[in-house]
Write a protein that binds this ligand. Sequence first.
Ligand code: PLP
Length: 459
Amino acid sequence: MSLDHPLNDLSHVVSADRAHVWHHLSQHKQYETTDPRVFVEGKGMRLWDATGREYLDGVSGGVWTVNVGYGRTSIADAIRDQLVKLNYYAGAAGTVPGALFAERLIQKMPGMARVYYSNSGSEANEKVYKMVRQIAARHHGGRKWKILYRDRDYHGTTLGTLATSGQDQRAMQYGPYPDGFVRVPHCLEYRAQWEVENYGERAADAIEEVILREGPDSVGAIVLEPVTAGGGVITPPEGYWPRVQEICRKYDILLHIDEVVCGLGRTGTWFGYQHYGIEPDFVTMAKGVASGYAAISCTVTTERVFEMFKDDAADPMGYFRDISTFGGCTAGPVAALENMRIIEDEGLLENTAAMGARVLANLRALQEKHSVIGNVRGKGLFCGAELVADRATKEPLDERKVQAVVADCLAQGVIIGATNRSLPGFNNTLCLSPALIATSDDIDRITDAIDGALSRVVG
Ligand SMILES: Cc1ncc(COP(=O)(O)O)c(C=O)c1O
């Protein structure tokens, strides 16, 4: 790049951003008096902004995406080599990286068989909803068209996926929504909805109650996050998943696991569902599949589901008549192949399990010190601390204070997250999702920042 290239003038970049970019999930009034933060460079878990300031990124690119860390030249090289050979062909044909990544992925997912490519988590989930609807139309005489989703879970930003938003603040003001999407209760035991000993089974039984109320004949599928991410880091209580699986089998309901956050290593196994012995019919994934080096999402199904779309070759309407233009980009699968190689060769699943245990231990130690930490939860490198104004009543901490904790960490050069515009009254959980390459020092620095922030903000 020549020295007078406009990209070298960062003050111009910041003012161009301020003048023309509409940032996601942002109230822009603030940028009338302050500059938006513009990131310029990343290496490992470190980021630098346009003012030259360094940050330790505890959230893998803001929304839990850059699993193998920034600055991976081997992924960039693989993408570049592929792009000059063949950048694109629509998904009606195959490409070399598309075929090879599908094969590698299926090797990590016993019981699964087919990969459908698109390019965002929302889109991957919408594909499932369309498949379920088409199965209902073709195989159940129009019945079994309803899809269940869970309170506090999130599945995307499109109108279809927002119809399955268990986070009311994400969906408010964007309706009306399509019919046939029905909510089931969440399974967060800390916010218990039933006074029972076997909470996991009871929370799963609540799904059965909804199925019986709606009529089992009308319900085709249920979509669930293996560990609820943005809805407050909810790890399932003991006994929950076996019972969910049992209920799905009992009523012939297809089980769709949304691995958009947990997918590819985040929880210390390739997929979150693999901790719980779940046998899904659909698995969707996006963020960590190529760590944000290229856009890619996958809708993965079993051969049984796939067969339902090719059982009548004489029916011109009988196959999955869906298209995703950018599902044919080769950058996604070639980046995903290299991303997977890195996770394997660098032992990042093992590191995630070890570092995740360290995050939880550190947060639990902070809980001893700060009564504002009501509950600590997590799996692998997706962890959270729910903040409360009063431990006894569990009254959530005012979300302005929660955001002040996040801002204090940022001022210390450490980026953490918190549930944000998701759950009315319950945007009170700090979220940590460092890259899978995190070291003990990185983890300690993040939790030390939280320690300092809690002392200053809450006292
Ligand atoms: C669990 C889950 N599913 C789906 C999505 C939507 O993914 P995307 O933003 O790529 O459309 C998200 C995004 O945060 C998510 O957390």
